[in-house]
Design a protein around this ligand. Structure first.
Ligand code: HPA
Length: 234
């Protein structure tokens, strides 16, 4: 048991999928895993451990934003021995070539700041995904016929962004989408010798204003879970 996770030692698998939403963690565990056990519910942040094709997996909510994700990822890695951490979440599209429902695999994540900024000080550390996970996720998405893009994303500190000029520069520099967690997940994975990847579905689009209809969200989320599981155990 840690400050924020009630699981007993050994109840967390080495492979952890991290959706932002705890209810999504429950849906994914009940839909894709066998022998599912609730391992955390402290503060309503649900975590489940089960098996997928005989492999042990934990699916645990991260909450929204890098400070929240950082708390859970730190404890999962340092206290429970997590080795492979895959964020599954949504993002806003930032390029015309990126459409609603497409999947983005984040090779790297730009940010204004992360919870690691105090440690890095003047260094602009460039966090990147684990290449093996990224390559396997690309194969899995392509095999499913899911349109998939690999490239840079932006991990923002704000959902209600009022910096249009910054979004314009990011778009100009080829950034594919915006979300709020991946950069810190990658920082922590580098620091502790883990593998990390963010698999993101485009749920809204900054240029077109389109949004994924709510009836499509479950199917898109399910595709991400499958891509993440296949990548983790490829
Ligand atoms: N901004 C930040 N995070 C997001 C967005 C967005 O537009 N869409 C989904 N997550």
């Amino acid at each position: 048991m840690t400050v924020h996770i009630g699981a007993a030692p050994g109840q967390i698998a080495e492979t952890v999928l991290l959706p932002g939403d705890p209810y999504r963690a429950r849906w994914a565990a009940e839909t894709y895993l066998e022998n599912v056990e609730l391992v955390n519910e402290v503060r309503g942040m649900l975590g489940f451990t089960g098996t997928w094709k005989g492999n042990r997996v934990t699916i645990h909510g991260s909450g929204m934003g890098m400070p929240s994700l950082s708390i859970y990822a730190n404890e999962l890695i340092k206290d429970y021995g997590a080795k492979t951490l895959i964020r599954i979440g949504s993002c806003g599209g930032m390029q015309e070539t990126v459409k609603i429902r497409d999947v983005i695999l984040a090779m790297t994540a730009s940010s204004l700041s992360t919870p690691s900024a105090g440690l890095f000080r003047e260094l602009n550390f460039a966090p990147c995904a684990d290449f093996g996970l990224l390559a396997a996720a690309h194969v899995a998405a392509t095999a499913k016929g899911t349109p998939v893009h690999a490239g840079g994303i932006y991990s923002s500190d704000v959902f209600y962004d009022e910096r249009d000029d910054l979004n314009a520069q990011l778009t100009r520099h080829g950034v594919l989408g915006v979300e709020m967690e991946a950069a810190e997940l990658y920082n922590l994975a580098h620091r502790h010798g883990c593998r990390a990847l963010a698999v993101l579905t485009v749920s809204d689009h900054l240029q077109t204003g389109e949004a994924l209809p709510s009836e499509d969200r479950e199917k898109s989320f399910g595709d991400m879970v499958e891509i993440a599981l296949e990548a983790a155990f490829a």
